[in-house]
Design a protein around this ligand. Sequence first.
Ligand SMILES: Nc1ncnc2c1ncn2[C@@H]1O[C@H](COP(=O)(O)OP(=O)(O)OP(=O)(O)O)[C@@H](O)[C@H]1O
Length: 508
Amino acid sequence: MKTLLYRVQSSESDVDGSDVHVVARVRPLNQQEVERNDGSSTRFPSDGAILVENQTAAKTFSFHGIFQPGCTQKQVFEHSGMRRLLSMALDGYACTAFAFGQTGSGKTYTMTGPVTPEAADSMTQEKSLKDLGCYGLIQYSFAFLMEKVLEGNDVNYTVKASYLEIYNEQVQDLLNPLAYESVQVRWSKGQGFHVENLFVREIESLDDLMSVLEDGMRNRAVAEHNMNEHSSRSHSILTVYLDSESATEEGMSVTKHGKVSFVDLAGSEKVKDTGSTGETLIEATNINRSLLTLGNCISALSDPKKRTGHIPFRDSKLTKLLADGLGGSGVTLMIACVTPSSYNVSETLNTLRYAKRARKIKNKPVIRIDPREELILKLQREMKLLKQENLFLRDQLEFPHREKPKFPKPNTVDTNESRGKISSNKMLPALPAIKSTSDGSKNLTNLQEYMVENEALRNENHNLLTQHSVDEREHRIISRDNDKLARKLEDLSRTFSSSLTPLSQKSF
Ligand SMILES: Nc1ncnc2c1ncn2[C@@H]1O[C@H](COP(=O)(O)OP(=O)(O)OP(=O)(O)O)[C@@H](O)[C@H]1O
């Protein structure tokens, strides 16, 4: 029987993306580890479970999915939850996929595939999801995204991309490497933490996206040390922005601002193992410091008692830029990369402990949409409900149905309080013409018109309700009067019939 190299947890409870989706990937033993006769410290007892053992103890961890050594890149793409993450980005959510783990554990391999000059050279040859071979999650995701974007399905997408690295606590624009001094992380109320002056490239094809990756990777800081020939000395974030324009049921055009960020973290390293000195030692210190801050944020966010308190996002640029996906309004996939080598068992345990904590983080994902357009949409939906209520009330009162309003300014409501009578013609407010446009000033006009229309409908419904209760009260009073009259009539007829009794029967 063929053994499955990936084991995914079967129950998919998190449908809205509020749980951080966590999977673990174990790479094969490398040549150095084989030559050293390292044993394997990992086993895979059941779906989504990984058991790590050292000389003294064994510990089992459970994740959404486990990828064993020998798993293909395609299997990781298909079964890691990546497709779902991308679909959510296409729907307007801010999504993040990030790989973390010790140096040499396979983060860059998982995200972009093997880093060789040949691989980079062939990157810009137009490819499809089927022929990506050894490429990583990023290229598979690009192919998936562009397939969906070009399909369209009543949605118009505008695609852009940026690529940055955080090197020694400085943000550098990998698509515009000469401009690093002007690239700063800022915070604003509307955007949260964001990078100012980052170069954003317009994308029209899969080829364009591949060249973003290729250009960025060429500029990325890489160095050799004892544990990895091509070790990333920086954290990199490649972001694909997906602005989508679509029509709502009400015929309004809405723009959503989805995005997906692919984060390849630099690996934590024990300097005595990597042998880092000079420049690489400074890099290692910065890498370890920012990863420690990330670890502190994850610890605080995974603890129900601490998650509402202070989270030290501001302590590093990395955590500032990941803040939205960690306990914020984004959707996140984490890939914990580990080596099976018994020599590195304590690092493997550390990575999996962080991954376990990350599973407890709760996000509150929201679709990113222009607040004014969102308000218009809300008003349109409210109007629909008010109109339904209006129809119902008019039916109850046997009033004629509301005519389609033709004039652009609000009308007044006839509040004939003495009788509560409403003239159905007079009270019709304006119904604004609904325009399918995303143009700001027209949107503002629409917004004002909808507010006026909804206010008028609310007033009208209120008056109809008042009218309804007035009618009911009158109905009750008339019924009572009628009852009284009926009783009086009965008394009268009784008196009358007794007055007609023959004289002979009367006793004197
Ligand atoms: N799943 C895998 N299958 C085959 N080879 C792999 C796999 N994962 C990693 N490797 C190889 O292991 C080596 C280290 O991988 P990689 O550079 O991706 O590690 P990393 O975690 O990104 O390290 P660093 O933090 O130092 O950048 C590379 O030669 C890579 O090709």
